[in-house]
Design a protein around this ligand. Structure first.
Ligand code: KG4
Ligand code: ZN
Length: 355
């Protein structure tokens, strides 16, 4: 089955074409245009600016994906229905303006081409980045077929969410915990702003931390000593703010040292809480997903702590380009959860949680 995926929930405009057969999904094209550089200037995303960028990028991205996958770009899409079997689109959570661009494109194509339309939850899309063939290469060791096996624990750590999910099967999801305030990526971004680093700051903090002194700052690990599977990162931001206020001159080395302390605190909380949840349930796979899962220290700490704690589950994380927003993950989620929806009634749901 060949699926066209469309993702426009925030500041990335992406169109992908994937091909699924049994449990194998290959990416034929995955084109991403980002309006991130515009938002870096304002230190955050202005929804109206993001929506206008989506409108500008959607058709060029769409054409490039078709050229890559099939060697042609449909000039008159109503006359030449392409070799695809279905259309998948993100319908939430996200910003309403950007979401609408993707949804209206998908609804129009579904009607014009008479192809099934599958709405996809963006956060579940992140989880499914681990189910494409490309993610098999980033596994630690190969014990089985190479796709994540159920039951599994999935950590979704992005700019807007930090969720811990227990999945018994495709579509059988229990939410174990979520963030009570800031998400992990949001904490990186807000702390980056305090340190004068560009937005989004997660990857920059990772780079600066490499030159940081590990012993200088020890920041709090919120909710780590309690049994809850929830997360909280706003206290970390407040602790960094307090330090920054006490430092008259925020020199480069101090920024590196705070970056180290911040990353260490976030990683410690994410790893320990996820592994604790996995140990309680005896899962076969542990999946990392979302923008924060691109973090190398997070990946390495998961690997070493799983060995140290003798956790037999397999660890999965996507290649870095599939950690952040992209349409291949959306199309893949629809392949494993194929529930078509009438194009007439599909609406964006900015507040969507898991269903
Ligand atoms: O999943 P994503 O692309 O978008 C959302 O759905 O939110 O995640 C973006 C978040 C940002 O907060 C960014 O700072 C963070 O992921 N991020 C990272 C890294 N790369 C991106 N955080 C830590 N280390 C990284 N290497
Ligand atoms: Zn995302």
């Amino acid at each position: 089955m060949v699926i066209l995926g469309i993702e426009t929930s925030c500041d990335e405009t992406s169109t992908a074409i994937i091909e699924g057969k049994d449990d194998t999904v290959i990416i034929k094209a995955n084109v991403v245009a980002s309006s991130l550089s515009m938002h870096a200037k304002t230190g955050g995303i202005i929804p109206e600016v993001a929506a206008r960028a989506q409108l500008k990028f959607i058709l060029p991205v769409f054409q490039e994906a078709f050229e890559k996958a099939f060697g042609y770009s449909p000039t008159d899409i109503t006359i030449s229905p392409p070799q695809i079997d279905a259309i998948a689109v993100t319908y939430g959570p996200g910003l309403i303006g950007p979401l609408l661009i993707g949804i209206e494109t998908a609804r129009t194509l579904s009607f014009a081409w008479q192809k099934p339309l599958i709405p996809v939850n963006h956060m579940l899309g992140h989880v499914y980045a681990n189910f494409v063939v490309e993610s098999r290469k980033s596994k630690v060791e190969s014990k089985n077929r190479g796709v994540p096996e159920f039951p599994l624990i999935a950590l979704v750590a992005s700019g807007g969410h930090t969720d811990l999910l227990y999945m018994k099967q495709h579509g059988d999801i229990r939410i174990l915990g979520g963030t009570r305030d800031d998400a992990a990526g949001e904490a990186f971004d807000k702390i980056g702003r305090l340190l004068g680093l560009p937005y989004p700051a997660g990857a920059v903090i990772e780079q600066r931390a490499k030159r940081g002194n590990a012993k200088r700052f020890h920041f709090p690990r919120p909710l780590l000593s309690t049994q809850t599977d929830d997360f909280s990162f706003s206290g970390l931001k407040t602790a960094v703010l307090r330090e920054v206020k006490n430092i008259p001159n925020l020199d480069e080395q101090t920024v590196n040292d705070i970056a180290f302390g911040t990353q260490a605190a976030v990683v410690d909380v994410l790893v320990k809480k996820t592994l604790r949840a996995a140990e309680k349930r005896d899962v076969k796979s542990i999946i990392l997903s979302g923008g924060v899962s691109a973090n190398q220290m997070l990946r390495e700490t998961f690997q070493t702590d799983m060995q140290r704690r003798n956790i037999g589950a397999e660890l999965f994380f996507p290649p870095k380009n599939l950690c952040t927003d992209n349409a291949a993950m959306i199309a893949t989620a629809s392949y494993f959860n194929f529930h078509p929806f009438d194009w007439r009634t599909l609406r964006a749901n900015p507040e969507l949680y898991y269903e």
